[in-house]
Write a protein that binds this ligand. Structure first.
Ligand code: URA
Length: 433
């Protein structure tokens, strides 16, 4: 078998066999197939797609490319949650401790930032001392003791995705249904949880731009997960505007702490409560509506906040920063972006805002870039807000003085105004089981 023939076949829109898909994943994982051939195949898949059988084969080959964790010793309420990516998406930091407080076992593997979207692992690493790479015996003992641990794609879990994810990030091949579905579900299968809740985002800040595209992706992922024997739920959420107020690692940790303390912006709180209720509902076999009062109680009693601190301490993080977020270091420059016109904000492109935060230092432009955890944006006015000339729309945090004007231009350039209030968009579109 030759990689050249596999690329050519997909380029010409033909179906790949199970053996060809396995050949690609095995060869690429071992380093026998070079990045340039893997990127050519990803681009061919991007344009020609894959049928459900090919997508399932790709997912299973990727899941089996490394170790497959067996979490059965942790009981039958192991639950994982994954977002297809967004701007200001700090949901995992909030729902994981809520679910763990209520008796679910959250043994979770998360990713780093991808493209214009942030990643949970980067956010957690912004807490001084927090370790996302821990040996699997330590991971198991933390989960047994506390009911929760969130780690990176460490050890030998889905090495094929680790390589492909980084490659797709820099070859403009992220927004492809079979590539996203296989990337996410392979990780979820190898991480071992019985219950999986997928947050499939849609809109300008998501990889899927419309509810229809998100629905197609959600259905594909639910089907593959079910076939592999997992309890799957997907929720389609709106990511047309960044979620919550803060974008950037430390800023998002601070906002998550706010929500766990019973505060926080309404859109973020609603999405978090919905996802936490679906995690609980899947584990305990109840409806999401019946689960909701328990979620509210976990937050209002302070139990979820306490669980978050327990997780931070168990993974080496300094909990003083969680008790007093003002201890986090702040950026050299804090700059207010002011409205130039009065009126309602009728639209903003969340991807552009995500890229503006990367420009300020909050994300990576190249694979090897390091992140400035302090950098980011507080978006004080969002779609639907009324602004007067001179009102502060956003606050920029950065150590890079020369990037401030670029980021300001991007933000002001993406904001559309109107004289009338735009119709409120749905926040939760649909739940698929
Ligand atoms: N999240 C992932 O884990 N993989 C993708 O391809 C996109 C979002």
């Amino acid at each position: 078998m030759r990689m050249y023939d596999i690329i050519k076949k997909k380029r010409d829109g033909e179906e790949l066999s199970t053996e060809e898909i396995n050949f690609f994943i095995e060869g690429y994982t071992k380093g026998e197939i070079p990045d340039y051939q893997a990127s050519a195949l990803c681009m061919a898949i991007f344009y020609k797609g894959m049928n459900p059988r090919e997508t399932t084969d790709l997912t299973l080959a990727m899941a089996k490319s490394g170790d497959m964790l067996d979490l059965s010793v942790l009981g039958d309420k192991t639950v994982d949650k994954h977002s297809t990516g967004g701007v200001g998406d700090k949901v995992t930091l909030i729902v994981a401790p809520i679910a763990a407080t209520l008796g679910c076992t959250v043994a979770k593997m998360s990713g780093r930032g991808l493209g214009h979207t942030g990643g949970t692992v980067d956010k957690l690493e912004s807490i001084p001392g927090f370790k996302v790479e821990i040996p699997s015996d330590v991971f198991f003992s933390i989960v047994k003791q506390t009911g929760i641990a969130v780690i990176g794609q460490s050890g030998n879990l889905t090495p094929a995705d680790k390589k492909l994810y980084a490659l797709r990030d820099v070859t403009a091949t992220v927004e492809s249904l079979p590539l996203i579905a296989s990337s996410i579900i392979s990780k979820k299968l190898s991480a071992g949880s019985q219950h999986i809740v997928l947050d499939v985002t849609c809109g300008s800040g998501a990889f899927m731009k419309t509810p229809e595209a998100a629905r197609e992706l959600a259905k594909a992922m639910v089907e593959i997960g079910n076939m592999a024997g997992r309890h799957m739920t997907a929720v389609i959420t709106n990511m047309d505007t960044p979620l919550g107020i803060n974008i950037g690692n430390i800023l998002e940790v601070k906002e998550a702490i706010d929500v766990l303390r019973g505060n926080g912006p309404e859109d973020l709180v609603t999405v978090c409560k919905t996802i936490a209720s679906l995690m609980y509902a899947s584990c305990f076999g109840v409806s999401a509506e019946d689960a909701m009062p328990k979620i509210e109680e976990a937050i209002s009693s302070g139990a979820a906040f306490k669980k978050f601190k327990e997780m931070v301490a168990a993974q080496g993080g300094d909990v003083r920063f969680i008790d007093d977020p003002s201890l986090f270091e702040s950026s050299k420059y804090v700059y207010e972006v002011k409205a130039e016109h009065a009126g309602y904000i009728s639209h903003m492109n969340a991807e552009t805002i995500g890229i503006a935060s990367v420009v300020l230092g909050a994300g990576r432009e190249k694979k090897e870039d390091s992140i400035d955890y302090k950098a980011g944006i507080s978006l004080l006015k969002k779609t639907g807000s009324y602004v007067n000339v001179g009102d502060t729309i956003a606050i920029l945090y950065t150590d890079l003085e020369d990037k401030i004007i670029d980021a300001e231009k991007m933000i002001l350039g993406t904001i559309e105004m109107s004289e009338t209030k735009p119709v409120d968009e749905k926040l939760i579109y649909e739940i698929i089981k």
